[in-house]
Ligand binder design. Structure first.
Ligand SMILES: Cc1cc2nc3c(=O)[nH]c(=O)nc-3n(C[C@H](O)[C@H](O)[C@H](O)COP(=O)(O)O)c2cc1C
Length: 337
């Protein structure tokens, strides 16, 4: 067939048609694949339905983590996160009625117990949205000893930084409050140099890092980001991690830049921890409109996709971070023989 077409069209005519055919075939594949991604997201994400155990559990994690974050502020606001508490109680009741509890729904109850006891100890009434009866139910079945947040001083927090990888990795936590001391450009260069050890598909190294050292710009980005409200006054410097779409070849690679960017981000966080600098990643799960606004603010190339914002800074004194209890192995690992 190929031979016949070449004979009829000639070498250059054949090439002309072949290029257009490949273009069309890729365009159709692009539509099909993004359309299927859309269908799967529509069907299985929490956006359009909330019927499964996993979806209720996801909301529970979102809400208990929001309450944990309320505890790590220097000044804890009385009756904070009322809506989260109400939603959490209602979702935990749904689990009671229909499903079995797991690590995350169990820790959620402990976070609520801490919330209730904190308010009781400080004589702050919360009975209008969190009754003693519900507290007693959680308390009677909870055996966990951990608290919703952890407090350490600077020396304790960084004590495992130069030890073996298991201790090093266990000791990194998301820190959301920083001192006013600025990280110098020289230190930032060392950090980024170290982070660049991150592996990437075929060593394409598509990640780029913007270090923002200007508080006005930092605030603009954090306002758009929206996940660090309440901590923003103490954040003076941020990284914005992007990935350049120019480095991806196939339709199958349409989501690859999130993987390469994610690996880079993790290495950047480890590099910062190694240099005894605190950091907290801040979610960039944004719609295209917000992406466009950020691109304008930061003067990014159109081909660049922001992966994450990373608040950074030195820490001192009393360092507080969320417990963020991890799942046990049996909720994560499946071995297929
Ligand atoms: C991609 C990503 C986005 C995140 N976004 C936010 C955010 O917007 N606000 C925030 O306070 N924490 C954010 N975090 C921090 C998580 O809450 C934190 O990593 C998680 O609770 C685990 O705790 P740890 O980092 O202390 O181990 C984010 C983390 C990741 C990896």
């Amino acid at each position: 067939m190929k031979y016949l077409l070449k004979k009829v069209l000639g070498e250059s005519g054949f090439d002309f048609l072949a290029i257009r055919f490949r273009f069309l075939r890729n365009l159709l594949a692009l539509f099909k694949n993004f359309f299927m991604d859309m269908c799967l997201y529509f069907k299985h994400s929490n956006v359009f339905s909330s019927d499964s155990f996993e979806k209720i559990e996801a909301r529970i994690i979102l809400n208990y983590h929001g309450i944990e974050k309320g505890f790590v502020h220097d000044k804890i606001r009385p009756r904070f996160a009322i809506k989260r508490v109400k939603n959490l109680i209602s979702d935990l009741q749904a689990i009671d009625e229909r499903y079995q509890h797991n690590s995350q729904t169990t820790i959620a109850q402990k976070v609520l117990i801490d919330y209730y006891e904190y308010h009781k100890k400080n004589n702050i009434a919360i009975g209008d949205y969190f009754s003693e009866e519900i507290y007693n139910i959680f308390k009677s079945r909870c055996v966990l000893k951990e608290k919703a947040f952890v407090e350490k001083n600077e020396a304790e927090y960084f004590s495992d930084v130069n030890k073996t990888f298991d201790l090093f990795s266990n000791s990194r936590k998301s820190i959301r409050s920083f001192t006013n001391e600025r990280i110098s450009e020289d230190v930032i260069k060392e950090v980024v140099d170290l982070a660049s050890n991150a592996p990437s598909v075929c060593n394409r190294q598509p990640a780029r890092v913007y270090f923002i050292n200007n508080k006005v710009l930092v605030n603009k980005v954090l306002d758009l980001q929206g996940g660090l409200t309440g901590f923003q006054n103490e954040i003076n410097q941020i990284f914005v991690v992007t990935v350049d779409r120019n480095y991806f070849y196939t339709i199958g690679e349409r989501n690859q830049f999130y993987i390469d960017g994610g690996i880079y981000l993790m290495n950047l966080m480890y590099a910062l921890h190694f240099k005894k600098i605190g950091c907290c990643p801040a979610n960039w799960g944004k719609t295209v409109d917000v992406d466009k606004e950020a691109q304008k603010i930061l003067n990014l190339k159109k081909s660049e996709k922001i992966i994450c914002v990373l608040a950074v800074g030195y820490v001192s004194g009393n360092i507080k971070y969320t417990l963020s209890k991890r799942r046990p192995l049996n909720e994560i690992l499946r071995v297929l023989e």
